[in-house]
Design a protein around this ligand. Structure first.
Ligand code: UTP
Length: 301
């Protein structure tokens, strides 16, 4: 399905960016992790671009007091643009204009980091009658190649309800994830979800399909978010709201994404993403590749 077709399924993307970013301390004392650059572009712009490509026309960024720069990043900078234009720096000008031109950006504030479910709930007042479903994209989770959201929109158009993204993870590596209990549908890589188990031991995992940071949620999720109580870590969990919807018979499916993924939320994952993207970059890739090869060779000797 094309972006234009999925546009009918959802037009609003919610991007929660109000977390404390503790895994990235001390940097996150002053710099939101969502703005850390993957080569030269913040993760949140990559995710906004993904949402726009899937047909979203607006993005509600949920942020917290003190993290307003996450939203400022999407505002135009006329003076900077004029300076770059005067100096003939057209490539840079294009980069500077890219984020504000992707989609309309609105802000919702989460006063306290009370969990992902709570963060998503803060975006509800921004919704209109047209928003029968919303996409939620976690800005610290890069799902590659982009395109899974359009497939998820396609599944919602046919099956109704909510659609989540999953990765097929080797059983012995499944423990850190939320794992789906599923049954097959007649479509390859689309499964019906019956439940979810958070962080199971490999022998208790109901499948090898683990949750990723992409959700296409029926608006009913906001009602469910009002009815759940704090779960693990005293936080309102988005997956608890989805579990409630499943329990009440609301259809929930997963699309199994056969691709790669980077977790930008911790230094190790972030570095991998930066190296991965830099190696593909025409400006930085060739020099980085030969330096890395030399560096690893020195390590061996
Ligand atoms: P994470 O758990 O990865 O982010 O949440 P975190 O809580 O900031 O990170 P750590 O665990 O302290 O290192 C996934 C996304 O959800 C947002 C985060 O900003 C991140 O983009 N989030 C999380 C909120 O907006 N509010 C919350 O209360 C929790």
């Amino acid at each position: 399905m094309t972006g234009a077709a999925s546009h009918k399924t959802f037009r609003t993307a919610i991007v929660p960016a109000a977390g404390l970013g503790t895994r990235f301390l001390p940097t996150t004392k002053a710099v939101p992790k969502e703005l850390l650059p993957v080569v030269d572009t913040p993760g949140i712009e990559l995710v906004a671009d993904e949402a726009a490509q899937a047909g979203a026309s607006r993005m509600i960024v949920v942020t917290s007091p003190g993290k307003e720069s996450v939203v400022s990043y999407f505002q135009r900078q006329p003076e900077l643009e004029a300076t770059l234009e005067r100096k003939g720096k057209t490539a840079l000008l294009e980069k500077v204009r890219r984020a504000p031109g992707l989609l309309d950006v609105e802000v919702a504030i989460q006063e306290e980091a009370l969990g992902l479910g709570h963060a998503v709930a803060q975006a509800e007042p921004n919704l209109t009658d047209d928003d029968s479903a919303v996409a939620v994209l976690l800005p610290d989770d890069l799902v590659l190649p982009v395109g899974v959201l359009s497939r998820m929109a396609d599944v919602r158009a046919r099956q109704g309800g909510s659609v989540l993204c999953a990765f097929d993870i080797p059983k012995e590596q499944i423990s850190p994830y939320g794992v789906f209990d599923v049954s097959e549908t007649d479509e390859q890589d689309v499964k019906r979800v019956h439940g979810m188990v958070e962080k199971p031991a490999p022998e208790d995992a109901p499948s090898t399909f683990a949750a990723a940071g992409r959700y296409l949620l029926d608006r009913a999720v906001f009602d469910a978010l009002r009815r759940i109580t704090p779960g693990s870590g005293g936080e309102l969990q988005l997956t608890d709201a989805v579990a409630l919807l499943i329990k009440e018979g609301h259809p929930v499916h997963i699309v199994v994404h056969r691709g790669g993924r980077h977790d930008l939320g911790n230094p190790g994952g972030f570095l991998r993403a930066a190296v991965d993207f830099a190696l593909e970059d025409p400006d930085y890739g060739p020099a980085l590749r030969s330096w890395l090869a030399e560096r690893i060779e020195t390590d061996r000797s």
